[in-house]
Design a protein around this ligand. Structure first.
Ligand code: SF4
Length: 367
């Protein structure tokens, strides 16, 4: 059974009180704010997250505002954060809180788990910060600190996670869980960092086994990488230019696919066995097809490596309205500007950046 001594816990919490970052949801730990912040912080660095958090709170100041908005509006506010399923779940759970729970957030760990997209991490993070519920959080920061503190080589095992969580929870009858959970995570973010941890200024160094053994770099052990699955796709970029504007044809993505419900270029998945050959073929036939093929663009989603081959067609003149409501022309600024007005897939934004660079080069050559 793993144990953490009282003195280490006291030093850690004391360190947190003095060194914690001033974050908006710490000043006012309302469940709505803490929940949104925790969902955003998964896979996102704090510096990147903060402007998104402020904009999100401005746009949806309460769970009721979020529930009453359309999923498209939520996606627009989420644009750039990626992992859009998190935004979809947030929206679904906001509806549950507003409609089924009359706007009252659950207070217990178990009831939070009932909400869409809420797993043990989010439930523990929100209920400990807002209600001091005695549940330890487990994320990448906690895992790193714990694996070093105990010099544990099986840091990714369920057994280690359970043992560390129990060891932390034992102290939660004396020390507020809001403080203890945040203290471990903050230590992982600021001191016990993945590279060059600042052990000399760490409140846990007195009992840290990896530090005592002078082999901190061995923990946590490197993760075995999952095999990547390569996906090829041809992306059709159709632009219409007038003297003042540029329009682009986009298609709403089907459900069950990545970025479902968001706008994207019409994309043919899996049609390219060898992108280099396809690239040459498309270049050869550019006059017939009226298209230009750009270099493939890489994008990763979980363990999928996607290679997107943009096929660009630029025409001059006004666009005609389409008959299909799922395929529409949009002003490029409206879709891809700094303040987009429609939810656009991350892959489409990447492709559009490459197309814009190419258009600039063409313009330069013409001048
Ligand atoms: S002493 Fe170093 S390795 Fe140990 S917990 Fe602190 S920062 Fe991490």
């Amino acid at each position: 059974m793993l144990q953490i001594d009282r003195k280490s816990i006291a030093s850690l919490v004391e360190w947190f009180r003095k060194n914690q970052r001033d974050l908006p949801w710490r000043r006012d730990p309302h469940p709505y704010k803490v929940w949104v912040a925790e969902v955003m912080s998964q896979q996102t660095q704090m510096n990147t997250l903060l402007p998104y958090f402020h904009r999100f709170m401005e746009r949806f100041p309460s769970v009721g505002h979020l529930a009453q908005s359309s999923i498209e509006e939520v996606f627009v506010a989420w644009t750039g954060l990626g992992y859009y399923s998190r935004a979809r779940n947030l929206h679904r759970a906001a509806k549950t809180v507003t409609e089924d729970l009359k706007g009252r957030f659950p207070t217990s760990f178990g009831d939070w788990l009932e909400l869409s997209g809420v797993g043990p991490y989010t439930a523990a993070a929100v209920t400990s910060q807002c209600f001091d519920s005695p549940h330890a959080v487990w994320d990448g920061n906690v895992l790193r600190v714990a694996s070093r503190f105990f010099a544990e080589s099986q840091a990714y095992s369920q057994g280690f996670k359970t043992a560390v969580s129990r060891a932390l929870e034992k102290h939660m009858s004396r020390v507020p869980s809001s403080q203890l959970n945040q203290a471990v995570m903050e230590l992982g973010a600021l001191v016990c960092t993945p590279v060059k941890p600042d052990c000399d200024n760490c409140p846990l160094r007195r009992k840290c086994r990896a530090f005592a053994d002078k082999n901190v770099q061995l923990y946590p052990p490197a993760k075995i990488k999952r095999r990547e699955h390569v996906v090829h796709a041809v992306v059709s970029v159709h632009l219409k230019k007038t003297a003042d504007d540029c329009f682009v044809l986009l298609k709403k993505r089907d459900s069950g696919l990545w970025y479902s419900g968001m706008w994207d270029f019409p994309t043919e998945l899996g049609g390219v066995q060898n992108p280099q050959i396809t690239l040459l073929r498309l270049k050869d036939k550019k006059n017939d097809l009226g298209t230009i093929a750009l270099k493939p663009i890489k994008h990763s989603i979980t363990h999928h490596r996607i290679s997107l081959l943009p096929r660009v067609k630029v025409e001059v003149g006004l666009n005609q309205p389409t008959e299909d409501s799922e395929v529409k022309w949009f002003n490029v600024e409206q879709a891809f500007g700094d303040r987009p007005q429609i939810p656009v897939a991350t892959t489409a934004r990447k492709v559009m950046r490459a197309v814009s660079r190419w258009l600039d080069q063409v313009k330069e050559k013409e001048n």
